[in-house]
Design a protein around this ligand. Structure first.
Ligand SMILES: C[S@@+](CC[C@H](N)C(=O)[O-])C[C@H]1O[C@@H](n2cnc3c(N)ncnc32)[C@H](O)[C@@H]1O
Length: 453
């Protein structure tokens, strides 16, 4: 019998340390509302060419100068094409058809979250008979619901998230998925904890599972649309709100504390290392100077500081928005210790896998993707190679390609190692159609590792 659901509301009130619950088959139906995932942090703008246009309109400009400018432009264009080609080479674009029956009705309810690369995630687990599945980043349960529906053989499901808002959203949706799957043997649990506690959580919930291992684990990193689109959470570059940025509302560190009381050099380090912001030193100084005037107390104060500084140094809206996006990203990563947590958790997720089990991770920026790629290589004992160019890896790829059934046709090139196999030598990226319809997906990269059978 499927277990009875626990109110997600109740769940959100539970203390973090003991917050797990068991889902049931509550007949309450979920109405899938129109949804959106426009993330202000990922806004892109048309390239401004005003300065160049003004220069060519100058009647005093001589011909040779013009020639020089156009050859510079050509060189820039050639460089951009070259970089694009390198990018393409280093990834495998999904050729899956965009199947919007997997998606909630698109782009109207900005309270909702559209799962990224859903058909590709379903593909990762399609060839497996799943007894157990752990979603480390429950969010609105878009991925979880689809996996539950696609695997009626599932016996144990665990959904983890640090954010009670995610649990409230996911609860009814999971109920609905469990009813649809008509799977009376499924035991489903929600855990309001950081995924770095995955191993102990599984052990507490299901000692048997901790022993046999989990068949499938998913991490879909970053923020949900429910988080970004609520100004009160402080993630939005555009809407004003408190400088919070905590995914776990019980955590003590906020962005405001970092900006107003951390040592100058630490503020600078965060901007440089987590935001990859070239203007980090100037920004660090402005942030520290703002402390003399009472500090920064809202996202719009931070945004104004960035806008004032960047308009002067780089010019234009595009410049300051991009800088603001990098600064907000840096603060969010620091507040939630995202990179440290990810690095440690990948290893513990792999340890929790059953033989032949798969761990799939979707990342959204290069810092995360680098960690995933390197951790996978380290796990299989190939950490010293670059993992992408060695010809040795190609032998493995042809071998597994021959063995693949149609359900594993998505696997292209692999990296084989001692303890397992990386099934995505190059990360899979969203289809063009998905990128067009869901801007948030544009930076997504999916990597998958399989434990030795
Ligand atoms: C991109 S959303 C996941 C969306 C989900 N896959 C879906 O289909 O609706 C990421 C979620 O992971 C959660 N999260 C991020 N880091 C976490 C961590 N270290 N532990 C637990 N949850 C985390 C966030 O609170 C957020 O709800």
């Amino acid at each position: 019998m499927a277990k009875r659901i626990m109110s997600s509301r109740l769940l959100s009130l539970r203390p973090i340390s003991s917050s797990s619950s068991t889902l049931n088959n509550n007949p309450t139906r979920l109405l899938l509302l129109p949804s959106t995932t426009v993330s202000p942090n990922l806004l892109t703008f048309k390239t401004s060419t005003t300065a160049a246009a003004a220069a060519t309109d100058d009647p005093t400009e001589t011909k040779p100068k013009k020639k020089k400018k156009s050859s510079k432009k050509k060189a820039r264009e050639a460089e951009a094409i070259k970089q694009q080609q390198v990018k393409e080479k280093r990834r495998t674009r999904s050729d899956k058809e965009y199947d919007d029956s997997h998606f909630p009705r698109l782009l109207e309810d900005n309270e909702d979250h559209v799962p990224v690369m859903l058909p590709e995630v379903l593909d990762v687990f399609a060839s497996m008979s799943l007894r157990s599945f752990v979603d480390c980043t429950l969010g609105a349960a878009g991925h979880s619901s689809a996996v539950i529906k696609a695997h009626p053989e599932l016996q144990c499901y665990v959904g983890m998230d640090v954010d009670p808002v995610a649990h409230a959203k996911a609860g009814p949706r999971l109920d609905d998925a469990i009813s649809c799957a008509n799977n009376p043997n499924l035991r489903a649990h929600l855990v309001l904890k950081n995924f770095r506690h995955l191993s102990s959580s599984i052990h507490d919930l299901h000692p048997g599972l901790s022993h046999s291992g989990v068949d499938a684990i998913l991490m879909d990193l970053g923020m949900s649309s429910m988080q970004v689109n609520n100004p009160e959470r402080g993630f939005s570059v555009i809407a004003n709100g408190p400088l919070d940025m905590r995914m776990d509302p019980q955590a003590s560190l906020t962005a405001q504390e970092i900006l107003n009381s951390w040592p100058d050099s630490e503020v600078g380090r965060i901007l440089r290392d987590y935001g990859e912001e070239s203007n980090w030193y100037l920004l660090q100084n402005k942030i520290v100077q703002a402390r003399l005037r009472g500090g920064l107390n809202s996202t719009s104060e931070l945004r104004d500081l960035i806008e004032n500084l960047t308009r002067r140094t780089r010019g234009g809206r595009q410049g300051w928005i991009k800088t603001a996006t990098r600064v907000f990203q840096a603060l969010r990563i620091a507040v939630n210790d995202e990179l440290g947590t990810l690095e440690k958790s990948i290893h513990s997720c792999f340890t929790c896998l059953a033989p032949g089990g798969r761990l799939a991770i979707i990342s959204f920026h290069s810092l995360e993707d680098r960690i995933v790629k390197q951790a996978f290589l380290n796990i299989i004992g190939r950490g010293d190679g670059d993992g992408e160019e060695s010809s040795g890896y190609m032998e493995g790829s042809s071998k597994i390609r021959g063995d693949n059934g149609p359900k594993d046709a998505w696997i292209r090139q692999i990296v084989q190692g001692r303890n397992g196999t990386i099934l995505t030598k190059r990360p899979v990226t969203p289809s063009e159609e998905e990128e067009r319809l869901n801007r948030r997906s544009r930076s997504a990269k999916l990597r998958v590792i399989e434990k030795l059978r």
